[in-house]
Design a protein around this ligand. Structure first.
Ligand SMILES: C[S@@+](CC[C@H](N)C(=O)[O-])C[C@H]1O[C@@H](n2cnc3c(N)ncnc32)[C@H](O)[C@@H]1O
Length: 288
């Protein structure tokens, strides 16, 4: 169990360093957890959230250099290549375990991977046409140095697009499942503190605009990405989540049973909808 988890479960405050170490441990235990959870979920237009994010690059005038920030196992990169052609793509992540999986995919000579923190990429000033980030921006704290880094490496007129979770818009059976997880955790760990997992301002549009202020916000859209699953599909979705993945096997199996019980005995498949928010911002072009 990580220091972060020990502290959270016993009601002690955590630091950003605890959180980073916890993220590293969780991704070491379960690399590729994000595509496993999200790559089958589609919106009404039939797009996955990865394709939805890649779409924001369609109108870029011939981009030459793209960064996939917190790229995980690189799942997004072939979708970016499909969208914008065989341009130079740099996948950046702090997790060596995720990058090992990414590098094994042999995505071609125009793709490079960098083990680095999002706030300290080491890339040159004004060198990147677009930075994309799928389901990771909401995990980063402190967030201001990350936005400053994105602003620094983007070319003037370059764009930053991200997809983040939109938990307040949770619908359907996932509401029950999340409530079950919350109740289970509080019963199991009565001293548990509210987990600090990133910058909470990311959860509201106003907060997000405040964080993104060094860039010009171009647009925000919300959508649901769903898949029909057997009740067991909810456990597959929850099992590697950050508070759950590093619990003991014994506690995890009781949580799995509690989740299944909370869903009753449905006669058919259940809809698992993931609420997500996408935003796009621009670095101010040079004045003419
Ligand atoms: C939920 S996963 C998403 C991975 C990938 N973008 C995807 O959607 O498939 C979050 C990723 O963000 C990375 N990460 C989180 N905070 C980071 C930071 N401050 N700097 C670099 N990587 C970070 C983690 O290592 C992890 O791979």
């Amino acid at each position: 169990m990580s220091e972060y988890l020990k502290k959270t479960l016993s009601g002690q405050p955590t630091t950003p360093e605890d959180w980073s170490a916890h993220l590293l441990a969780a991704h070491r235990v379960a690399p590729s957890m994000s595509p496993q959870a999200f790559s089958e979920c589609r919106n009404e237009a039939g797009l996955t959230s990865y394709e939805w994010l890649a779409d924001t690059l369609s109108h870029l005038p011939s981009p030459t250099k793209i960064v996939d920030l917190a790229c995980g196992d690189g799942y997004l990169i072939p979708l970016l290549q499909k969208k914008v052609g065989n341009v130079e793509i740099i996948g950046i992540d702090m997790s060596p375990a995720e990058l090992t999986v990414a590098r094994c995919k042999n995505l071609g000579p125009s793709v490079a991977f960098l083990e680095a923190m999002a706030h300290k990429t080491g890339l040159e000033d004004n060198s990147i046409d677009a930075v994309v980030c799928h389901m990771a921006f909401m995990l980063m704290t402190p967030i201001e140095p990350v936005v400053a880094e994105i602003q620094r490496i983007l070319k003037p007129g370059g764009i930053f697009s991200a997809v983040i979770g939109n938990r307040p818009d949770t619908r359907g059976p996932l509401v029950t499942v999340r409530e079950t997880v919350g109740k289970f955790m509080h019963k199991e760990f009565p001293k548990m503190a509210a987990p600090v997992t990133g910058d909470p301002r990311v959860e509201s549009e106003d907060g997000l605009s405040e964080i993104i202020r060094p860039l010009k916000m171009l647009g925000v859209r919300d959508d649901q990405f769903g898949v029909n699953v057997e009740p067991g599909g909810f456990w597959n979705y929850i099992k590697n989540m950050y508070l759950v993945g590093l619990l003991s096997d014994e506690v995890r199996s009781r949580l799995e049973i509690a989740i299944l019980a909370s869903l009753g005995k449905p006669t058919g498949m259940l809809r698992l909808d993931s609420p997500m928010r996408r935003f796009t911002a621009e670095k101010m072009p040079w004045p003419r």
